[in-house]
Design a protein around this ligand. Structure first.
Ligand SMILES: *Cc1c(COP(=O)(O)O)cnc(C)c1O
Length: 407
């Protein structure tokens, strides 16, 4: 891999449409003809490079988007899926057989947590949920039947930063893959370059950035991606979470501006996090010196793209959180909605929404409090104006002291 930036590697790709269009043509077929019966036979055996068989296996549009994602993460190959969960579940079921074991960070996306906690036990696969920042615990949790270590580079919703280099070292020593979900920090963190074997994404969030679709990706070696779509045994091929070509082509157009968007999301989030911390609120953002993962993130990130667009503020109670979110929506500061990576700020209370799969007792253990609001900061051009309006909402509700001048 050369030293070029991920953004330029994406922009350097050029695939013209069949009539010289500046965008590749959208593949509008579920099935493909063969000139000879023998080629069809060989393609089923996985031997014929460049031949398309059936669009659940692969399609030109999906391969173009895959190329862009491999360029983003600096991996040999990427396989796109119909959702982030489609990518994550395929990877897990590809790597683990019945009776085997997974080590996972305990602070992960609610859907992934639910899959590992409640679903894979159907196959007698067991998961140990650990504090991923405690490297000793991670190493000690490895058993002979452990098949993978799983974490998020910056975790949802608590923004814990994983030491990917150190985790990769632990995994490599035991000959097992490190799988990293990089949904929160595209461009900023390149897990594969830090030693992760497999990088998964929900494209639904920052990468697509327009909150108009659900999609995912697995960035890894060509060998692993080919295994995922093997017609006889591949988890992605057989579970069938295939992305539609039309959607793949629209995501490809959006990923080309990801670098610009990430810079702005990060700049705005850092501004608001710093200001609200100065105001005395409990703000969690990896770009703040007060964040336990701040130094680690600074070491492993690509500085231009900043610390990402997600921050949390604990406003003390669920009631405060709900009232503030409703007021902020009313003032057009953003939308009370789950998900992230939109041009508009999105906010939700993870304890009662995206992480509600996690039991109250476990939420308490990991520090997920009721008053926590997760913000996905938007692309506002005048962020100071946003800050002033948001602060006024907090003052009105007594979350910040009322402005003395006004009283
Ligand atoms: C949203 C999300 C997912 C799941 O992705 P979908 O596209 O909704 O299936 C996985 N991991 C993280 C960190 C997410 O934020």
């Amino acid at each position: 891999m050369n030293k070029s930036r991920a953004s330029d590697r994406i922009l350097d790709l050029h695939n013209f449409g069949e009539f010289g269009g500046v965008n590749p043509s959208i593949s509008d077929s579920s099935t493909y003809t063969f000139l000879s019966a023998k080629t069809m036979f060989d393609t089923f055996g996985g031997n014929t490079e460049g031949c398309y068989l059936y669009s659940r296996h692969s399609s030109p549009s999906n391969l173009y988007l895959g190329e862009a994602l491999a360029a983003l993460e600096g991996t040999e190959y990427a396989h796109v899926t119909a959702s982030g969960m489609g990518a994550i579940t395929s990877v897990i079921l590809e790597l683990c057989n019945a009776g085997e074991h997974i080590i996972s960070s305990r602070t992960i996306y609610g859907g992934t947590y639910a899959f590992l906690k409640n679903f894979v036990n159907k196959f007698n696969i067991e998961t140990s949920f650990v504090d991923i920042t405690n490297l000793e615990t991670v190493a000690l949790s490895i058993r002979p039947e452990t098949k993978m270590i799983y974490c998020e580079s910056v975790s949802n919703p608590l923004l814990e930063v994983a030491d990917i280099k150190a985790l990769a070292k632990i995994a490599r020593k035991k000959g097992i893959p490190l799988v990293v979900d990089n949904t929160f920090s595209p461009m900023s963190i390149a897990p594969a370059k830090l030693g992760a074997d497999i990088v998964v994404h929900s494209l639904t969030k920052f990468i697509n950035g327009t909150s108009d679709c659900v999609a995912g990706a697995v960035c890894a070696s060509k060998e692993f991606c080919s295994a995922l779509k093997d017609v006889n045994s591949g988890a992605a091929m057989l579970l069938g979470s295939t992305l539609d070509s039309l959607r793949a082509s629209s995501i490809l157009k959006n990923i080309r501006t990801l670098h610009l968007r990430m810079i702005k999301h990060s700049e705005n989030a850092l501004y608001l996090a710093s200001r609200f911390e100065e105001d005395g609120l409990r703000v969690v953002y990896p770009g703040l010196a007060s964040h336990p993962g701040h130094e680690l993130m600074s070491e492993q990130m690509i500085a231009e793209y900043g610390y990402g667009g997600i921050m949390t503020i604990d406003v003390g109670s669920l009631d405060n959180a709900n009232r503030l979110m409703e007021l902020m929506q009313h003032k057009n500061l953003g939308y009370l909605a789950v998900s992230l990576g939109f041009y508009k700020t999105l906010f939700s209370a993870p304890g009662t929404s995206t992480s509600s799969e996690i039991s109250q007792e476990e939420q308490d253990k990991m520090g997920l409090s009721d008053g926590l609001i997760r913000f996905s900061i938007g692309l506002d051009d005048d962020i100071e104006r946003t800050y002033i309006t948001m602060r006024a909402c907090m003052r009105r509700l007594g979350i910040l002291p009322k402005d003395e001048v006004l009283v």
